[in-house]
Design a protein around this ligand. Structure first.
Ligand SMILES: [Ca+2]
Ligand SMILES: [Ca+2]
Length: 236
């Protein structure tokens, strides 16, 4: 049942998400086109420093761009993860930073980008078939303005992304530590460990993620616009 919901929701995203192609400057200022909004996720955690707000995705001929509202304010140890996968690539079921976050189902993340906001230490993690290959501090990722944005060049991914018509994504907020799970999630709001009514700060089993945003790449021009938040409400 869960998978069916994913497929149905993804089909609607195809229809809603066409025509987003746009080039974004990675400087911490939001210059995503309004139609690139995939999720209005703000206000669904107990505390603002662990809350992602509006989330945007777009692409051009060279890179995928992801942007989201987030400010850890005076908090420390806050980390952001982004899982990226393409339909026919193998992926990992574990979290490369050893958080209580896991992945299940037929489409596992092939790439995970992680950043620790305190130090801006980031890692580009690629599944090698048995484990994550982790390369530090090669990502173009701005996280200090309240609007975070990252560019993922196709050269970095090492694959010809132009052959793909879809990319799957999930984003989360977590904290330093091996007992920390996803405090905020984008697609999987029902799995996040912080809600306005409370927060589970430490757990001893991974929260398993199996559904993702589906973004159409290199698709036709837009004929209509809608919001992902509206679609998401229909399937919750
Ligand atoms: Ca949120
Ligand atoms: Ca959320």
């Amino acid at each position: 049942m869960f998978a069916k919901v994913c497929v149905l929701a993804a089909a609607l995203v195809f229809a809603a998400g066409m025509g987003w192609a746009s080039t974004v400057v990675i400087d911490g200022v939001n210059d995503f086109p309004p139609d690139a909004l995939i999720d209005a996720d703000g206000g669904d955690t107990e505390f603002t420093p662990i809350d992602m707000g509006n989330i945007y995705v777009t692409y051009d001929a060279n890179a995928l761009y992801i942007g989201y509202e987030h400010d850890q304010d005076g908090w420390t140890g806050v980390q952001i993860g982004i899982a990226i996968m393409f339909p026919d690539l193998a992926g990992g079921a574990t979290d490369p930073w050893a958080h209580q976050i896991g992945f299940q189902g037929t489409c596992l993340p092939h790439f995970i980008a992680y950043i620790n906001i305190d130090s801006e230490w980031n890692e580009w993690c690629v599944w090698n078939g048995t484990d994550w290959d982790r390369t530090p501090n090669i990502l173009n990722w701005v996280v200090n303005t309240g609007f975070d944005e990252i560019a993922l060049p196709y050269d970095l991914m090492g694959i010809d992304c132009t052959i793909y018509s879809q990319v799957f994504l999930e984003l989360w907020v977590t904290q330093e530590g091996t007992t920390k799970g996803p405090l905020d999630l984008s697609y999987n709001d029902d799995l996040q460990l912080s809600t306005p009514s409370g927060t589970i700060w430490d757990i001893n089993e991974p929260v398993l993620i199996g559904c993702y945003h589906c973004i159409e790449l290199f698709g036709p021009s837009a004929t209509e616009t809608t919001t992902w938040g509206g679609i998401k409400q229909l399937y919750r």
